[in-house]
Design a protein around this ligand. Structure first.
Ligand code: PEP
Length: 233
């Protein structure tokens, strides 16, 4: 199975010029490597049409196909502009009120449009402290994947590890990934995400059983991100 390394730029950078420069630097740095590793770049929507030469993903999409939904973007619009993947259910969106039911509807539309969804699941610190981690993961997976038979990618992203520098330990990550595997089809790629850097990335792939990584902050630094991709070789 090819490793999958996903860059989630979130709401960065501020200009198209910076976006193009970052994208080009990554493209140059991983030339050749991306034949062995799938590298997916997820910039904000407005840069998707400007960036060429690497696989593109979006950070979200809407659960209706078209119509009076001001500010929303459909899965088919993304597909029609050459996008192949879409991140769904990121904890930063769940924090803004997105529910498992809405995420499930988005997955349905993404699959219908021919996009590969990257479904994010993960427990909050309080879930972990109350011993509810597995219960939360199981509920998120079952509800978000309800009725979906297509191939999807799962990203295990403990909420407390995202953007905090407090990356999840390798043993703990392995335990969660092994647990998630019980609820998904054989062959499903399960990524780890949460404060991944070039000096910890290899351990998730080699020791925790992750099939790839979802990288936020470190994907905004070309050198760091290239180092992360290289650790998957
Ligand atoms: C993310 O955005 O999904 C993420 C894991 O962010 P970071 O790498 O900054 O923790």
């Amino acid at each position: 199975m090819k490793s999958l390394i996903v860059a989630n730029w979130k709401m960065n950078p501020e200009s198209a010029k910076e976006a193009k420069a970052l994208f080009s630097a990554v493209k140059k740095g991983i030339a050749g490597l991306n034949k062995k590793i799938d590298v997916v770049m997820c910039p904000p929507y407005e840069y998707l049409g400007l960036l060429k030469g690497l696989i593109l993903g979006a950070q979200n999409c809407f659960y209706e196909e078209k119509g009076a939904y001001t500010g929303e973007i459909s899965a088919l619009m993304l597909k029609n502009m050459g996008v192949e993947y879409v991140i769904l259910g990121h904890s930063e969106r769940r924090r803004m009120g997105e529910t498992d039911e809405q995420i499930n509807k988005k997955l349905v539309k993404a699959v219908q449009a021919g996009l590969t969804p990257i479904l994010c699941v993960g427990e909050k610190k309080e879930d972990k402290d109350r011993g509810k981690k597995q219960e939360v993961l199981e509920a998120q997976i079952k509800q978000c994947l309800g009725g979906i038979t297509a191939d999807v990618v799962i990203a295990y992203e403990p909420v407390w590890a995202i953007g905090t520098g407090d990356n999840c330990g390798v043993d703990e990550t392995k335990e969660s990934i092994d647990f998630i595997r019980k609820f998904v089809k054989t062959g499903t790629r399960i990524l780890y995400g949460g404060s991944v850097k070039s000096d910890n990335s290899g351990s998730y792939l080699k020791e925790a059983g992750a099939n790839g990584l979802l990288v936020g902050g470190a994907s905004l630094n070309a050198k760091e991100f290239i180092g992360i991709v290289k650790s998957a070789e």
